[in-house]
Write a protein that binds this ligand. Structure first.
Ligand SMILES: NC(=O)c1ccc[n+]([C@@H]2O[C@H](COP(=O)([O-])OP(=O)(O)OC[C@H]3O[C@@H](n4cnc5c(N)ncnc54)[C@H](OP(=O)(O)O)[C@@H]3O)[C@@H](O)[C@H]2O)c1
Length: 309
């Protein structure tokens, strides 16, 4: 009786991981076909995640408008994209200069973005500035800068592009946020506040624009690893399941694929969390006193205030 069970369990796991693998491949292909010919705008297209999103959407045949504040990097990205994809199935990306910390230019940028193809189908608000440091070392000016880039930037661009989507009764706005938009950690005051604020805005917006068939989605990873080879990309599902060393955080390419799936499925919210941040989020929601007690204990290591994004 014992032996068949010993054999049965690996077989079930094998079959399960096989089905999961096939499902992910098929849903990835399906997601790609869903963006074909659609006008997709990506802010901070030159960041780790922005580049991966650009690569995926470009390969899927989207008409891309890539925004960034470093023109040279944008041009390099554009060249790289055009070099790898089949020109008969893709569109050359359009480039638009956008520095979200200069809020006054965003209205003009929105016009430039709209003029590229005459409309926008999907806006991916990916740009954001990170900041870490003890509160007393951060000036109010710095707090305002973070709020401008991470809150007023995306909402200004969204508000400028939204009327076009509402009048066409179609469109999707994706916010790339972070779990720090729901959980406050020490030394992240300005960053977490801006991410809470922007999440609140888009949660409210979702409810307001649904009746016009405009979808609002948020994708919140906990940690995105620096770009580099994906561990075990060439491994089969069984090898991945049993032998792959767990790596902390999500690879930008995996987050980009999730963004693509979110666009296809118009899912309202996706959290990409390793077990620890997932538990932290549950504890913050269900047992806030415990959460505050634990985070209060984790402040021995006081970092200075460098900007890291
Ligand atoms: N990295 C993570 O662990 C993590 C975790 C959760 C969520 N996210 C979210 O993922 C998204 C992409 O982040 P990422 O990690 O891929 O970025 P990243 O690779 O760390 O790159 C940071 C980007 O921010 C840009 N930047 C810095 N200061 C700026 C400013 N004042 N105005 C405009 N852009 C500025 C930089 O542009 P230049 O190259 O021109 O300097 C750079 O492209 C963000 O929304 C972030 O909140 C990231």
């Amino acid at each position: 009786m014992g032996l068949p069970l010993v054999l049965f369990l690996p077989l079930v796991l094998l079959a399960g991981s096989g089905v999961l693998f096939i499902y992910r491949q098929v849903s990835g292909l399906w997601a790609r076909s869903a963006v074909q010919n659609r006008v997709v705008v990506i802010t901070d297209a030159t960041s780790g995640l922005g580049k991966e999103c650009s690569r995926l959407f470009h390969a899927g045949g989207a008409r891309l408008v890539l925004c960034g504040r470093d023109w040279e990097k944008l041009e390099e990205l554009c060249e790289a994209l055009r070099g790898v994809a089949d020109p008969s199935k893709t569109f050359p990306p359009r480039l638009v200069f956008l520095d979200l910390s200069d809020i006054n230019c965003v209205q003009d940028v929105a016009k430039e973005v709209s003029d590229c193809y005459g409309c926008v189908d999907v806006l991916v608000n990916n740009a954001s500035v990170k900041l870490k440091g003890p509160v007393q070392s951060l000036s109010l000016e710095l707090d305002k800068e973070i709020m401008e880039a991470n809150y007023f930037g995306p909402i200004t661009l969204t508000k400028a592009l939204l009327p076009g989507m509402l009048s066409r009764r179609t469109g999707q706005i994706v916010l790339v946020n972070t779990v720090q938009g729901r959980v406050g950690l020490p030394f992240r005051t300005a960053y977490a506040a801006s991410k809470h604020a922007v999440l609140g805005f888009f949660d409210c917006l979702r409810a307001e624009v649904e009746e016009f068939d405009v979808a609002v989605s948020t994708v919140s990873p906990a940690f995105v690893r620096p770009a580099g080879p994906r561990p075990g990309t060439r491994d089969g599902p069984v090898r991945k399941l049993f032998f792959r060393k767990p790596a902390y955080g999500s690879h930008p390419a995996d987050v980009a694929e999730e963004v693509m799936r979110v666009v296809r499925g118009k899912r309202p919210e996706v959290l990409l969390l390793d077990p620890l941040p997932r538990v932290a989020l549950y504890v913050r929601t269900l047992l806030p006193d415990l959460f505050f007690a634990v985070t209060g204990r984790g402040v021995e290591d006081r970092p200075s205030a460098p900007r890291d994004g």
